[in-house]
Write a protein that binds this ligand. Structure first.
Ligand code: ADE
Length: 248
């Protein structure tokens, strides 16, 4: 039986994926064939004796550039020419990864993730092989491996059955377009800090309302930009209006 979603990762450092992929939700998702992960070492697809994958940039300047031949050979050997699925380059120059992008990609049957290293990849890889470029944020990492794991994690969580609790993914920060409400567990009092009484009340309707309002409050305080795009009810808007009146 084929997995629901197969990731093919092309990297010079396949070994960094294993510990994280063998943990918790990601491991379970693979064991239950919801996702499949295949790692491909780009170095295995070099034709020269020294397995060289990088070279100096034409025109001079610092840093090295990933050579096009091993990348094309690897991706086309695994996925065909042209590849029959999205080929995503992880790069700070890509579109920014968000929950909406994770949802979009979770609908695919197969995704190829290409991890850049050094100063980047030869431009011909971008122009003639890659179909999408994704950045995980406006900062520069040493390579695309950690960003690829970020994508795999966020996308896998969205595949039905990957989380034990079917509501888990829905309540998460960003899934609703809002930040999450605060969580508490036992004990009810720790160092004189008490869990809010309402959470101990057993009144599920009031608890749900309190959580929604906390999520709105948090989002307004920390990420007001998210409120513009969030799906808000009339009650939500009334609550936010009241907050504004209190501030005045
Ligand atoms: N490679 C280096 N930095 C990156 C980033 N912020 N996102 C995706 N890939 C990267």
């Amino acid at each position: 039986m084929a997995a629901t979603l197969r990731f093919d990762v092309f990297t010079l450092f396949p070994e960094v994926f294993s510990p994280y992929m063998q943990t918790s939700i990601l491991q379970r998702a693979q064991a239950s064939l919801l996702v499949e992960l295949q790692l491909h070492n780009i170095r295995d697809w070099t034709a020269d004796r020294h397995h060289v994958c990088d070279d100096m940039p034409y025109g001079g300047g610092g840093g090295m550039v990933m050579k096009p031949e091993p990348i094309f050979t690897a991706v086309e050997a695994v996925l065909g020419a042209p590849p029959g699925c999205p080929v995503i380059l992880l790069t700070p120059q890509g579109r920014v990864f968000t929950q909406a992008v994770a949802e979009e990609l979770s609908q695919k049957a197969r995704l190829a993730l290409l991890c850049g290293r050094y100063e980047g990849v030869d431009e011909r890889v971008r122009e003639h092989l890659v179909t999408d470029e994704i950045s995980i944020g406006d900062y520069v990492l040493s390579g695309g491996e950690v960003p690829a794991m970020v994508l795999i994690d966020a996308i896998t969580r969205l595949i039905p059955g990957a989380l034990g609790d079917p509501e888990g993914a829905w309540d998460d920060s960003h899934a609703t377009g809002l930040l999450e409400y605060p969580h508490y567990t036992r004990p009810p009092e720790f160092r004189h800090w008490r869990v809010p009484d309402i959470l101990l009340s057993g009144d599920h309707a009031r608890i749900a309302r309190w959580r929604r309002q906390q999520a709105l409050l948090r989002t307004k305080q920390r990420r007001p930009d998210l409120l513009q795009k969030a799906n808000l009810s009339d009650n939500d808007r009334d609550f936010l209006l009241d907050l504004e009146l209190q501030d005045k």
